[in-house]
Design a protein. Sequence first.
Length: 506
Amino acid sequence: MSGPDAPAGLLEALDAYERALAADDLAALDDAFVRSPTTLRGDDRGLLVGHDAISAFRGARGGVASRTLTRVEVRPLADDLALVVAVSTFDAGGSGLQTQLWRRQDGTWRIEAAHVTGRPRAFDTTVWRVLGDPLVAPTGTGPLDGETVAVKDLYAVPGHPVGAGNPTYLRESVPAATAAAAVAALLAAGASIRGIARTDEFAYALTGRNEPHGTPPNGAVPTAVPGGSSSGSASAVRSGTAGIGLGTDTAGSIRVPASYQGLWGLRTTHGLVDRAGLLPLAPSFDTVGWLTRDADTLLRALDASVPDDTARQPVGDPVVLTDLLDAADPATRDAFRAAVGPDVPETSLAALGLPALDELRELLRLVQGAEATAVHGDWIAAHPGALGAVVGGRFAAAAAAPADQVAAARERFPVVRAAIRDALHDRAFLAPTVPGPAPALAADAVELERVRTATTAMTALASVGGLPSVSAPVLTVDGAPVGGCLTGGPDTDRALVTAVGRWLPA
């Protein structure tokens, strides 16, 4: 240590804190911070405010790599207040810096504010599977000149295998000879591929909690899940390491992370963008789409991928779909109504002769599950134990669905799709994207499944209808982002993006 002498007991408290970090002793770590709603902790993933938020973050993060404090600087600021700046040298190489404001309360030193600068890392492996500068150069010039793309690990990228978020599948995959059609379109328009981004296994989840590779950060809410299954693409865009996230949306896998992280996200009309070179999950629902930080970039990605007039049908007049609004949490409903105002008319699924949200969710679950089993069932059977518990359980439940229920759902599906499309012939549905802010990283399996069920009830309408749906970062609920969603008829994709700001001002 250098500088003025440390106040009595401070270095001992610092040593105890380091031991608690090494042991991942959550109780001791909780006690090391001042129990106050104004306590601060910040790092490269964001700022946490309040002891409860810091505690939740620690409970979900796990321990730190083995390290030693090799330099400690102390600057007393008052009798019971001191600034500590310490260099951490890691056993595996590299060093970091921690700056802490310690306060003595009733004779005990505790941290009131902390900022952690971690050791440099080549790239965040929870976000990226592989990264380059660029990984793949543009093949042409156009509206995306200078843009970088995070490609979800379901698309063929030249020279790289598809990993689908699963280590076993990745080991058995072979490098792609050519780019997927959606990737090729972006390259031809001047964008470069920054890297291949993580996804929930086989895109069959919505939280972004990837069991094999870790959870990508939610750049808007550090203590919350990022949203999946286009989780890595969303986190890359939110962090600024890519300008465009190329994702997929089957049951909400673009709309959900867009809402959770305060991004723009577009699920395109089913079949609008060529899916050649995309590993499927459920072909009747799988769509190509993008995540961006602004509407202009989203439109340029759409125009580069659909250069003709196909996606330029006019959008109908917006109506608030009360079923979707009622499915949202109370605080989200209040924020939505305040944003929309009283002048937008309302309607209901029943008034339009459409099935209830629970019926739509069940129709999606059965048909999606049957198609996912058809696509991946043989591989899963040949690789027992290769899937994480959550996605493995979802595939098992899909395979076990009663045959008569699946058959009835398959028969009903095209009828319901046609009815939904007919209802949106001259209108667009306006609603929150999801029930509320992203769940906490520390949420248990029961809570996450509850949120998933509530979320798919809201996302199922566009998925079953095969319709375009845009999520825009226009709502704030309890300090966290929640998307506002506009869903229109087939091929109204571009009009939706340009119109959403008129009805849901940011």
